[in-house]
Structures are given as structure tokens and as C-alpha cells.
Write a protein that binds this ligand. Structure first.
Ligand code: XMP
Length: 516
């Protein structure tokens, strides 16, 4: 890792490890997550300002419990401050001769923390303060040379420190937002205890990722599938900064895109960034294969396979290619690590899934640790225009999963037109950026209407708008009635084929964001 000032997070498998990194980054300090098996030499070689040991599902007594390859005090004697969180705390206690045992009462949720000794970790934190607990084991006996700095009713050793070395541990989770002063506690660790100056910005991230990409790729080629979305676009722009013409961008026009989508992405790359892009019009192939298909999963599979086929064929023009660039974000990583197994698949997401295996390419995924808003910040710093950065996510299978029933060129035209009016009105009313995702859905139901003096018998269009932070859960957006009225009016009068407009007021769960 080439960032001069950073904190390393050893990941012991907690679901929320990335939140630790995010909170640290929020206070202007770069944080990188590494596996717990990292060697002492690598840690010391990276010269982090501090180390955080994350939580994790294991008990320190499990036969296959993850352990670091060094003792915590080894690091501390080199002057690197350490903070253990939950499992990380138990590991410190266990390594140094304390006793960890199943807690008298397993603790999940809210607890009140009382600070019992002044410590820079708690600067500016009131006592008592609400913290979030989630643990089965707890420290039953402190190791020699350690003392308590905070406790809760159920956890007398809720926060501890070494008497002379810079080692601390907390039983609760400062990274989750339910811990009222959690951000402050992590900031105190980074800024006051590790003495980080807090100068980290997206520009630093870009500089260090450029080095990483150059190191990974060498003089070989990278191919990138540009979907038209923010993540793949920012990925491509960053990689182009790193390796220039070794990057080959391909945009496959599936015929399932929004109005003028393919032209917009081509123009952005060619004119705004001066990055070459190959646009492949494969709409005929996609539409031919979707003819007569109504089942959502079958649609997704056909689109996924066709995409791979087209992309693979186009990629053969670039024989130097050894890598595939993907705009994978942290929530994608978490979702794909589902412990529920394939039987829990709700929808197959496969806009570029399967490509690396089929094409035997290695992946370049510079944003695996980032959340969407962080990618947007990086995109802005790379000069991606605001109107593009703020675009809503768009699924790989495109409008095909927003046309319920068969996808035909005529239905695509109708939906595209209605969708464009909807988005235009949201932008005009200033609501677009308050919404995570908004789109129109075409329902294969015809209803009776009247226009002028004539009876009509046309499609129903449903408008959906949701708020969300990562797409994993979502709430319906309380759209002002006058805006809804204006949109419905325009759609029914301007789009031939739609005579009725409805608004979807379902959250996720129980619904999903897309209709198929
Ligand atoms: P759902 O409908 O599962 O969607 O609530 C959650 C988020 O994922 C997007 N989505 C997809 N994105 N390929 C994608 O790239 C897909 O196959 C796909 N299906 C859903 C959806 O738009 C929302 O942002």
C-alpha cells in the first residue's frame, strides 16, 4: 500500500468490517482492509499509523479461529497503536493471558457504556453513552498489565487498555451508527492516538490505486464493459489514467437501454474524456432471442448469456488482454458472499457475471472496498461531470425486466418514451438526486380509457421511485402529488399506447426494487 498515512484493518470476518474502513475514511484517514494472515514483515513494511482488529463470528477457542501471524504487542513495541473490536479485543486478551469465556448473558443490541478512566479514545464522548453490542464471548479476566477504561452492566471489561503500550480494545462496535459516538471514537483512535493528520481525500485514493493498477497489470491489456452506469464509467476513467491505451472499453448496446443511453455514453468517452470506446450494436440479437419469452429468470439468463457471447467476440479484437475491469462495489462483494447458498437466490444478477471465468481473465476491481457515494466522490475528482455522477443505477438486463411479459420493439419504444418523460420531470422538479432510483414499468394489462370522444384500450404504466443507501433495502419515495400529476398527464398525453399511470408504494422488502 503506497498511501503515506493509513490505518490497516485486519479482517476477522465481521459483516461490518468495511464500515470500520468507511468511518475512518470519513475522518480523512485512508484505511485498508487486509486478511488476518498478513505477515509481520508486510505490516511493518506498509508502515501503517495504526492497526484495527475487526470483529468476527468465531470464538477465540474455536479450533479454526483466525489468528494473526504475530502477537499484538510485537506491533505495539514498534510504536504502532492497536485497537481491537469485539473479537479483536478478545484476541488481545486471549493472546496476553487473560480469560475469555461465553458471556453470562449474550449481548445483542443497545447497551449503556460508562467511561471509568480518562482515555484519548473517549475524548468528547459523554458518559454514559449508547453503544451497540453483538457478542457471545466476553473477557472474564483481564490479562496482566491491562486495565479497564469503560464498562456496561453486562460487560465489566467493555473497553480496556495496556498500562504502557498503545493497545486498546472495545467489546462494542463503534463502526455501526447505533453507537452514538462511534464515529468520534474511531476518529479519536485515528487522529489522537495514531496521530494521523486527516489529509486523505479521493485524490489520494486515486493516486494510490493508479500505482496498484500499474503494478497489477504491467504491460498487458485490460478490457472494460461499459454499461453506461456510474461504477463502470468511473472504473474505466481511473484505469485509463493508470494505463492509457492498454485499456479497451466496449459498450454493448443491448437494445434494452434507456432513451439515447448508448449515444450518451459514447459521447462522454469520446468527447469529454478522449478515451476510445467500441460501441457494439447487438440489439437485433438480444431482441430476437427474447422473442416470446415472458419468464423473468429466463429473460435474465438469455440476456446474460448473450452479453457474454457478444462481449467475448468483440474482445477477441484485443489479443493483449489479460484482465477484465469491473466496477464491483463493497455491497456487491457482501451480497455475493451470501451464507444462504444458491437456494436463496432471489434474482440472478449477471450483467457481467460469468465473464471472467468464460474468458479466463483476471479481475481489476479498484472499488471493491468502496460504497457508492465514495465512488461518486472519486468520479468527481476524476472530472466525471455531475449530471453523470448523479445518475441512478440501471440494471444490466435493462428495460427487459421493466417490461412485464414479452419484450417487443414496440413495447420498448413505449416504455422508453414514458421513462424519459418521468426522469425529465424529476430533474426539472429538483427531486432526481433525492431519489436512489426512479423508473417506469410497463404492465401487460390494457385498460379502458377515453381520449377526446374516443374509447381507448391501452397499457398501464407504473412509476417507481425509491430511497436507499445500497439497494439492499429500500423505501418508496413520497413523491409530491403535483409532480405525480404532471408526470401522469404528460405520459398519457404524449406516449401513444399508455392511458393509465399508477405509482408503486411498496418498500423492499417485501417487494424488490425492480419488478422482475
Ligand atoms: P432488486 O430488484 O433486486 O435490485 O431489489 C437491487 C438493485 O440491483 C439492481 N439490479 C441489477 N443490477 N444487474 C445489475 O447490474 C441485474 O441483473 C440487476 N437486477 C437488479 C436494481 O436496479 C437495484 O439497483
Amino acid at each position: 500500500m503506497s498511501t503515506p498515512e493509513h490505518i490497516l484493518i485486519l479482517d476477522f470476518g465481521s459483516q461490518v468490517t468495511q464500515l470500520i474502513a468507511r468511518r475512518i475514511r470519513e475522518c480523512g484517514v485512508y484505511a485498508e482492509i487486509v486478511p488476518p494472515t498478513i505477515s509481520t514483515a508486510s505490516v511493518l513494511g506498509a508502515s501503517p499509523r495504526g492497526i484495527i482488529l475487526s470483529g468476527g463470528p468465531a470464538s477465540v477457542y474455536d479450533p479454526d479461529a483466525p489468528y494473526p501471524s504475530f502477537t499484538i504487542e510485537e506491533l505495539a513495541v514498534h510504536g504502532i497503536p492497536v485497537l481491537g473490536i469485539c473479537y479483536g479485543l478478545q484476541l488481545i486478551a486471549h493472546q496476553r493471558g487473560g480469560r475469555v469465556a461465553p458471556a453470562q448473558r449474550r449481548e445483542y443490541g443497545r447497551a449503556e457504556l460508562s467511561i471509568v478512566a480518562a482515555d484519548p479514545l473517549f475524548d468528547g464522548v459523554p458518559s454514559p453513552t449508547v453503544v451497540w453490542m453483538s457478542h457471545g464471548d466476553a473477557i472474564a479476566e483481564l490479562p496482566p498489565d491491562y486495565e479497564t477504561i469503560a464498562s456496561t452492566d453486562n460487560a465489566p471489561y467493555a473497553a480496556i487498555r495496556h498500562r504502557s503500550l498503545p493497545i486498546r480494545g472495545v467489546q462494542f462496535h463503534p463502526e455501526v451508527h447505533h453507537t452514538e459516538f462511534g464515529g468520534r471514537i474511531l476518529e479519536n483512535f485515528a487522529r489522537r492516538i495514531c496521530n494521523c493528520t486527516g489529509q486523505w481525500t479521493p485524490q489520494h485514493f486515486i493516486a494510490s490505486k493508479i500505482e496498484d493498477i500499474r503494478r497489477q497489470v504491467g504491460d498487458r491489456g485490460v478490457i472494460c464493459a461499459l454499461s453506461g452506469g456510474v461504477d463502470s464509467t468511473v472504473t474505466a476513467v481511473l484505469i485509463h489514467r493508470a494505463i492509457g491505451e492498454q485499456l479497451h472499453c466496449i459498450h454493448v448496446d443491448t437494445g434494452l437501454m434507456r432513451l439515447h443511453e448508448s449515444e450518451t455514453i459514447a459521447r462522454l468517452f469520446r468527447e469529454h474524456f478522449d478515451i476510445p470506446i467500441t460501441v457494439v450494436d447487438a440489439s437485433r440479437t438480444f431482441l430476437d432471442r427474447l422473442r416470446g419469452v415472458t419468464d423473468p429468470e429466463q429473460k435474465r439468463k438469455i440476456i446474460g448469456h448473450t452479453f457474454i457471447e457478444v462481449f467475448e467476440r468483440e474482445a477477441q479484437r484485443f489479443p493483449d488482454v489479460a484482465f477484465l475491469a469491473q466496477g464491483t462495489l463493497y455491497p456487491d462483494v457482501i451480497e455475493s458472499q451470501s451464507v444462504k447458498g444458491p437456494s436463496a437466490t432471489i434474482k440472478s444478477h449477471h450483467n457481467v457475471g460469468g465473464l471472467p471465468e468464460v474468458m479466463q481473465l483476471e479481475l481489476v476491481e479498484p472499488f471493491r472496498e468502496l460504497f457508492k457515494d465514495e465512488v461518486r466522490a472519486v468520479g468527481r475528482a476524476l472530472g466525471v461531470p455531475d449530471w453523470f455522477i448523479e445518475r441512478h443505477p440501471f440494471p444490466g438486463p435493462g428495460l427487459a425486466i421493466r417490461i412485464i411479459g414479452e419484450v417487443t420493439p414496440q413495447r420498448l419504444d413505449i416504455l422508453r418514451h414514458a421513462d424519459a418523460i418521468y426522469i425529465e420531470e424529476l430533474q426539472r422538479s429538483g427531486l432526481y438526486s433525492a431519489i436512489w432510483q426512479a423508473f417506469a414499468v410497463l404492465v401487460p394489462v390494457q385498460t379502458v380509457g377515453v381520449m377526446g370522444d374516443s374509447r381507448t384500450y391501452e397499457h398501464v404504466c407504473v412509476l417507481r421511485a425509491v430511497t436507499s443507501t445500497d439497494g439492499m433495502t429500500a423505501d418508496w419515495f413520497p413523491m409530491p402529488h403535483d409532480v405525480l400529476g404532471r408526470i401522469a398527464n404528460r405520459i398519457t398525453s404524449e406516449v401513444r399506447g399508455i392511458n393509465r399511470v399508477c405509482y408503486d408504494i411498496t418498500s423492499k422488502p417485501p417487494a424488490t426494487i425492480e419488478w422482475e
